[in-house]
Design a protein around this ligand. Structure first.
Ligand code: NDP
Length: 480
């Protein structure tokens, strides 16, 4: 059986303890390869390599760093088909989605930060003939990047690209649930000529690999994307060590549909914002609020379209939903459907595991699910489910829907559908959310601030925000 390897000091290597974990293909419910079950000794190796490489990489001219990152981006594109198939096999998502979204975005992430660093400037403050201050932006040193399973290569590169562009060396951990494309990416880094030790990718579990990254005294900054509970655990150990922290965490995003919306566009996009990637995108809108005059019309059309979605083989071009990422996650998502019914909800569509045939008969498939009749403040409407399950509720006034939308502990993204500019600007201001999309969803300009408020995170990624995070400032004051 194929073994995934760690990438340390420029080489693909076995974990020190020679122990491996099973890696499942969620579409067939079977182990298809093995991944290193690394531990703190591998993290030490990775750290030492990164620390050694830092002096060279941080002094490498920006143009040279940029060129190497552009080569990596080119290689991602040259290997798009292989990477998309690998992402689908590891995660369960349709190949089509990986080929159109995940892998192209990974290449864009590398290119975006490879060029952003060439335009990155710092400030100068002149004191009326007394002195002049200028601010240096220096790389931090060795930084840690930890990413989740839902958009594996997409989010992995979103972290390491700004870290590398700004001259840091990296110890990175992809999710143990979806390690494959990070492994393939490490091969592309070797091929592109990334100097040894600049990036180290170490595979394994959260407690044995993620945790030693966050507690390592030499790793000075942690960029983490994942669940809120994990983010809290990381903050608890990293904050007293005065590490810089960027935390992109969970969400329970509202999708607010006013009666004056463009109905067809709102409906079409709501299909995607509810069920794309099996609802496993932190930005998916899982609570749908519809203004009462169009509630029944919208609900009925949404239910009818949802029942037409095809849950099936991720390799088929007409599949809308592939497999849920793991057995444990499928069980968690199904348990929320059960909870919703206990809380008085009615399942209008879906709600069940899907039994496919042949080699997919043991895969982790689930119907796209819509639930009606729940109070806005019940557990189903407050806790992150992170699967193909949405709730739908009517509302009467703008004030009421803002209160309901803002009622959760999260504040990552919100979507608003209205043709009234006044209403959209008022909601843009009153929704407690890091991102508000009006008449669209998942439209991303990589220069914009990305992140959440409340328990959805701390800090912002995107554009120069990410380069600011991965650099330290020194103000130099020269007396004139
Ligand atoms: P987890 O928090 O379970 O895991 C994220 C990463 O952290 C994984 O690599 C995991 O390893 C690792 N990890 C686990 N425990 C520790 C620890 N104690 N110390 C350090 N690292 C640790 O999240 P999921 O992978 O389940 O991802 C889903 C979550 O991610 C959802 O809540 C979703 O909302 C959120 N998310 C947020 C986004 C945002 O931009 N705000 C974007 C995408 C997802 P392992 O896999 O081995 O457990």
């Amino acid at each position: 059986m194929e073994k995934i390897l760690n990438y340390i000091n420029g080489a693909l290597v076995e974990p020190i303890n020679n122990a491996y974990l099973d890696n499942y293909n969620p579409s067939i419910g079977k182990v298809y390869n093995q991944i290193p079950d690394s531990n703190e000794k591998d993290i030490d190796l990775g750290y030492n390599a990164a620390n050694e490489a830092f002096s060279g990489w941080s002094k490498t001219p920006k143009e040279e760093r940029s060129k190497i990152m552009m080569r990596i981006a080119d290689l991602i594109e040259e290997n798009l088909d292989e990477l998309a198939k690998a992402e689908s096999m590891d995660n369960g998502k349709p190949v089509k989605l990986a080929a159109h979204v995940d892998i192209p975005r990974a290449a864009s992430n590398m290119r975006f930060f490879a060029t952003a660093i060439l335009h990155y400037a710092s400030e100068s403050h002149e004191m009326d003939g007394v002195a002049i201050n200028y601010t240096l932006r220096k790389p931090i040193g060795v930084v840690g990047c930890i990413s989740p399973w839902n958009l594996p290569l997409y989010l992995f590169t979103w972290k390491i690209a700004p870290a590398l562009a700004s001259g840091n060396c990296v110890v990175a951990k992809p999710s143990e649930v979806t390690p494959m494309t990070a492994y393939l990416f490490s091969k592309l880094c070797v091929e592109a000529g990334l100097p040894k030790g600049v990036l180290n990718i170490i595979h394994g579990m959260g407690p044995s690999v993620g945790s030693p990254i966050t507690t390592h005294p030499g790793i000075k900054a942690i960029s983490f994307t994942g669940g809120t509970a994990t983010g809290k655990a990381i903050a608890k150990v990293a904050a007293p060590m005065f590490k810089k922290l960027s935390l992109e965490l969970g969400g329970k995003n509202p999708n607010i549909i006013f009666a004056d919306c463009d109905f067809d566009k709102a409906l079409k996009t709501t299909m995607l914002s509810s069920f794309a990637n099996q609802g496993q995108i932190c930005l998916c809108g899982s609570r749908i609020f519809v203004e009462r005059p169009i509630y029944e019309k919208f609900r009925d059309a949404f239910v009818a379209k949802t029942k037409q979605l095809k849950v099936g083989n991720p390799n088929d071009a007409d599949t809308n939903l592939g497999a849920i990422v793991s057995k444990a996650h499928l069980e968690k998502v199904l348990s929320y459907v059960q909870l919703a019914q206990e809380e008085g909800g009615t399942v209008l569509a879906g709600g069940n595991k899907v039994q496919l045939e042949g080699e997919l008969s043991e895969g982790y498939f689930m119907e796209p699910t819509i639930i009606e009749g729940l109070a806005f403040d019940c557990r189903t409407n407050q806790e992150e489910i992170f699967g193909p399950v949405v709730t739908i509720m009517p509302f009467d006034t703008e004030e009421e829907v803002v209160d309901m939308a803002n009622s959760t502990e999260y504040g990552l993204a919100a979507t608003v559908w209205t043709q009234d500019v006044g209403k959209s600007t008022r909601l843009g201001a009153s929704l407690a959310s890091g991102i508000v999309w009006v008449n669209c969803w998942l439209v991303r300009d990589l220069r914009t601030p990305f992140g959440g408020v409340k328990n959805s995170g701390v800090g912002r990624e995107g554009g120069f925000n990410a380069l600011n995070f991965f650099t330290e400032q020194t103000n130099v004051c020269i007396k004139l």
